[in-house]
Every structure is written in C-alpha cells, then in structure tokens.
Design a protein around this ligand. Structure first.
Ligand code: M6R
Length: 616
C-alpha cells in the first residue's frame, strides 16, 4: 500500500527511481512521482496514473542528480489527483517527502500550521507532515554539531499519531536523505557506494541484496558514504545487515504475460521450496526450525487461534480443518481486523497463529500485537523475510516462495495451505497420529509438485470455458468441508480481478437462500471430487440443474457423474484429503485469470486494490 524508493549514490537517480517504482507498483497505482535534488533546488514531477506516465513525463528531461525520492500511491486521504500525488513539498520549498501510512491527527496539526502561515496544495495527511518538518526546521539552530534536518524530522514525528514509512529530502542538505518508520515498512539497501530506501525488497533487488530492516520508531540518516540509525530516544542503533537470497528473475515476469500467470504456473516449484528440508522420514513427520516451542510445550497447547485477512483468512479456515482433523486440537479462526478490537477470552494454553504473505498487513499485525499483549504465544506463517510480522511473532514458518507480485494471491495461498498441512502433520504426530498415517501424509505432501503440474494441464480447457462464461454477471462457488474455504477463495479471485460478482457457500447452504439466484445467467462452480461428500454434492448439483443453472464441476479422476449433470467437467488427480484443497484451488485460479483476460481487465493491478494493505 504505497511504495517508496529513495536513492543516494553516484549514479543518476531518476532512472533508478523509476525502475524501482515499476517494481513497487503492485503496492499502489493511483499516481506516481519523484523528487530530485538539483543545483537549483528540489525538482518534483508527479502524475496521476501509472509509473509509465511518470516515466514518459521525465523522458525529455535529463537530470544529472544522484539523489532522489519517489512514490507510487494507493489513495487514502484525498482523491486521485496530481496534487495529492507524492512527493509533497513543504510550502517554503525546503523539504520533499514521500509517505506510506496514515497520520491520524493530521487535522489538528494542519490547523496549527495554517495559523503559522503554512499553505497546502493537497488534501493529504502527508503534506501536513512535510510542513510540520519545515516548521520544526525553521526553529532549529543551524550551527554547531547537530544536524538540523535530522532533528526537524525527529521533532515532527514526535507529534505524529498514526503510521508512517517516510523518505525525506532537504534543499539545504543535498547530500543527505532521512528515512523513518512506525507501522509501515521501510528498508535500507546497502549497496557499493550507494544506499537506497524502500518499502520492500522488490525495489532494491537489482542494486543490492544487503538490507537493514528498520524497526518502528527508528530514523536513518544517509549520505553517499555512510548511514546512521538511531531509535526514538536518540540512541544509536547497531545495524544488522541481512542478506536477501531472492534472485532478480524472481521479481520479473520472464516469458509470461502477467505476474499472476507466472505465479500460478510456478506453483509446483513454489510448493517444493516451501517443503524443502522440512520432513523427517525416520519419524514420518514435518520439521520446523523456527517454531521456538518444544515438543512438550506443543503437547500442552489445547486450543489454536488463527487470524488473517482476505486470502490468508481462507488459508486459516483450511488450517482449522486440517489441524482439527489430523491433530485433534480445537481451532478457531478470526478475521484479524475483528480480533484486534474484540476482547475474546482465550485460555493460557492457546497458541495464536497469524498468516500473512506480505508480513505487513496492518490488521494482521495488530491482531498479533494484541495477542502478545495478552501474553499468548504467537506464531506466524509469512512469506516476506524480515517483514514486521515475521520479526514480531515469537516463532514461525517462512513460506520460501520468492516474491508474489500479482495483487491476486495465488502461489502464496497454496503454499499457506501446504504449510498448514505440515503443521497438522507435525502436531498430529506429537499426539495421536500413527507412524503409517504420518508416512502416507508425508508422501502425499511430497507428491504435490507433480500433482499440481498435472492439474495445470487443464489450462487450455479452462481457457475455453472462460471465453464462454466471461459475460456472466454473477457466479456461485460451492464446496463442502475443506472445499468450502476453497469456494470462498474461488469467488474472491473472480471478484477481485474480473469485477464479476461471486459468492462462495457450503454447497448444502445454497438451499437456504442463494438458490434464489440460480438461473441460466448465474453459473455455479461446484467442487466435487470423489470424497466422503461426493454423493451429497451431487444432490446439490441436481438442485441447481433442476432450476436451469449451468454447472462447472471440479471433479476428480475417478468421480462418476450422471450424464449431462455438469455442463463442464474439469478433473483433478485423485489425492490424499490433506492436499485436496490445494489441487482444487488451481482450476479456480486459472478460471478467474482467463475470465479477467477475456474481459480485458488489468490482471496484475485490479482496480482499487493494492498488494499489501498497510492501512486499517
Ligand atoms: O499479505 P497478506 O497475506 O497479509 O494479505 C492479506 C490480503 O490482503 C490478501 O490476501 C488479499 O486478500 C489478496 N488480494 C487476495 O488475492
């Protein structure tokens, strides 16, 4: 949600900033802008729309500047306009700022600044912050050892309530950038004779793999030769430089038309990476290095709470199903945004798990913090290494699937399901699961990459179905037991990238209301593999058919359907029930992708959305 990149070094800044913004664009794409430190002062260029539009505006302008900051915006305060785009200049032209987050007390600060003669061009909270910095700067002594630029930023932030990741430039200090964070991510890239500031690793990866993850309330001051980090009480912080093992290709599209397509088709490899080195064949179980809980402590857990948002919340529902079935531990699932404000009674032996691809989703982070505040052990399933949720949880499991860039989550979801299954196996083997059941489970998980590859071969068939159904305005997705959350996920995918109204229901619930929607115009996608529920689901399909509804069925190889019951049948391989939700997801991802393509939608950057939601 909003992406920031700043550069200071020996190379021309503008092309580096624009390339970085393109890599960050999935965080927000309402507008884009940059500020450069030039001999004449701070130069700013900002445009509504995509980064490409900014790049075109900069085309005729050759700037030798080697320092700059830039931003791609997902609008919060103030509509989508050139004025509201970042960077914002202070009204005296001394400072330029890019901001990710929300300044909650911007109204009172703005009133104060207006009374002091500061003026505003935009409706944003961020412009208030840059003027507050200018206000404090004007009061700072300009002599002596201290750095008035850094001090002004520090003093301004002291008065701010809310969240921020910022990059700031000062006209009077052309050889310095200042960055700070609280609640919104900011990473320092440590290159050779150059430094970068960015909201996430994707923007830095072509320059350096060495990064410092700033913590809340830290401020970093950067010159072309050095950087210095201090905490909120001005104490120096010894930086920990982490090495990122992503490759540049991980954040590039390669021969695919979209990141979503790439991420769907790379799922066999992604799943392989999520499970690599995590099985113990001798004990027929899974192994996790990062749980930080002994087997004995885990045996004492008598309840687990899972929290997440959106697709990650669907993964939580699958975790509930798997852990209850295979480890026999009661599990509850909460939307993170609800849990954070609910005073839910939890027992001291409750373990709290959060799931988040980005590790930065603000509601999930708040739920984690709330659980920690109340003294519960917290665990996270996270993809982004070094993210806030990964750092703040007591223990956890990384997904290791590389960056997910498409706004619609695909490989992150199936990997979250895989990790949940591995947790169910691990907890099950600490309790009642037998060695042989554990071995069958392990073998089933290991076979996943191959089974997913086979399922992906359905793509051409699904493409044809997509072209037939692209003009329908409503869809129902129906499944039972562990496939009910997959029905929810299928509906979410279709909604978010093709703007078609879709709802997911437990198949039998359809009779209690949604059946009223059934007609020729509202197709139903049934998840109907050969499992314990198969005959019940067939009954639900008959109910749809009897009312003239079209049926697309996801069956399995051995499932026998009455002739003409499904209008379209997509068969996935037979598999162990623990991996079934993963295989059943694949055709739904492809269906939403191809329908969105048919409709000419911007698959990787659907309207109104952003990849990582760092505001409430
Ligand atoms: O980064 P997170 O996993 O915490 O993100 C949670 C949701 O915002 C995310 O899954 C969202 O629902 C996706 N756009 C769905 O495709």
């Amino acid at each position: 949600m909003c992406g920031i990149i700043g550069y200071i070094g020996k190379q021309k800044a503008a092309p580096i900033l624009i390339e970085g913004l393109k890599r960050l664009e999935y965080r927000g794409y309402d507008s884009a802008g940059l500020a450069l430190s030039e001999p004449s002062g701070l130069f700013v260029c900002k445009k509504t729309g995509r980064v490409e539009k900014l790049a075109q505006s900069m085309m005729g302008r050759s700037s030798g500047s080697t320092r700059g900051i830039s931003h791609t915006r997902w609008a919060t305060h103030g509509g989508v306009s050139d004025e509201n785009a970042h960077p914002h200049l202070s009204s005296d032209g001394t400072f330029a700022l890019t901001h990710n987050g929300v300044i909650e007390n911007f109204g009172s600060i703005k009133k104060f600044l207006l009374s002091k003669g500061y003026t505003f061009q935009s409706q944003t909270d961020s412009e208030v912050l840059v003027n507050l910095i200018a206000y404090h700067y004007a009061k700072e002594p300009k002599d002596g050892d201290h750095n008035p630029f850094l001090e002004a930023v520090r003093r301004a932030l002291f008065h701010v309530e809310g969240t921020y990741g910022i990059a700031v430039m000062c006209r009077d200090f052309p050889d310095q950038l200042v960055g700070a964070r609280k609640g919104s991510p900011l990473i320092l890239g440590v290159g050779k004779e150059e430094f970068l500031l960015a909201s996430d690793v994707a923007a830095l990866i072509t320059h350096t793999q060495n990064v410092v993850y700033l913590k809340d309330n830290e401020i970093v001051s950067i010159t072309p030769d050095s950087f210095h980090i201090a905490n909120g009480t001005r104490e120096n912080v010894s930086p920990i430089i982490d090495h990122i093992d992503w490759k540049i290709e991980d954040s590039e599209m390669g021969s695919y038309a979209h990141f979503m397509e790439k991420e769907i088709f790379e799922q066999p490899a992604a799943l392989e990476n999520s499970m690599r080195g995590r099985f113990s064949d001798d004990n027929s179980t899974a192994n996790f290095g990062g749980l930080n809980l002994s087997a004995q402590e885990l045996r004492q857990v008598d309840r687990i709470l899972f929290c997440g948002c959106g697709t990650a919340w669907h993964a939580c529902l699958i975790a509930e199903y798997l852990i209850e079935r295979y480890a026999r531990i009661p599990v509850e699932v909460e939307y993170a945004s609800e849990f954070r404000y609910r005073n839910a009674p939890l027992d001291k032996n409750t373990l709290v798990f959060v799931i988040s691809q980005s590790g930065e989703t603000i509601d999930t982070l708040a739920a984690l913090r709330e659980a920690k505040r109340k003294g519960y052990r917290t665990m996270a399933i996270v993809n982004t290494v070094g993210s806030t949720i990964a750092r703040e949880s007591d223990g956890g499991i990384y997904q290791h699937i590389g960056p997910e860039i498409g706004v619609a989550s695909t490989k992150a979801f199936t990997s979250q399901l895989l990790v949940s299954a591995m947790i169910a196996l691990y907890l099950g083997r600490l309790r009642d699961m037998s060695f042989t059941d554990g071995r069958d489970f392990t073998e089933a998980l290991k076979s996943l990459p191959e089974l997913v590859s086979k399922t992906l071969e359905l793509a051409p068939k699904i493409k044809k179905i997509a072209s037939e159904y692209k003009d329908h305005a409503d869809f129902l997705f129906l499944g039972r037991q562990s496939l009910f959350p997959i029905a929810l996920e299928g509906a979410l995918k279709l909604k978010e990238i093709s703007y078609i109204h879709a709802e997911g229901y437990p198949a039998a619930e359809m009779k209690h209301g949604p059946i009223a929607l059934i007609s020729e115009d509202c197709p139903s996608v049934f998840l109907a593999p050969q499992d314990d529920m198969f005959h019940k689901v067939l009954g639900n399909m008959q109910e749809v058919k009897a009312r003239g509804g079209k049926i697309i069925a996801i069956g399995s190889e051995e499932a026998e359907f009455p002739e003409d019951l499904p209008d379209h049948l997509l068969r996935i391989p037979e598999c162990h029930p623990a991996v079934l939700p993963i295989l059943a997801t694949i055709p739904l991802q492809l269906l939403s992708y191809y329908i969105a393509l048919e409709k000419g939608c911007d698959v990787d950057k659907p309207r109104n959305l952003a990849k990582s939601v760092t505001v409430e």
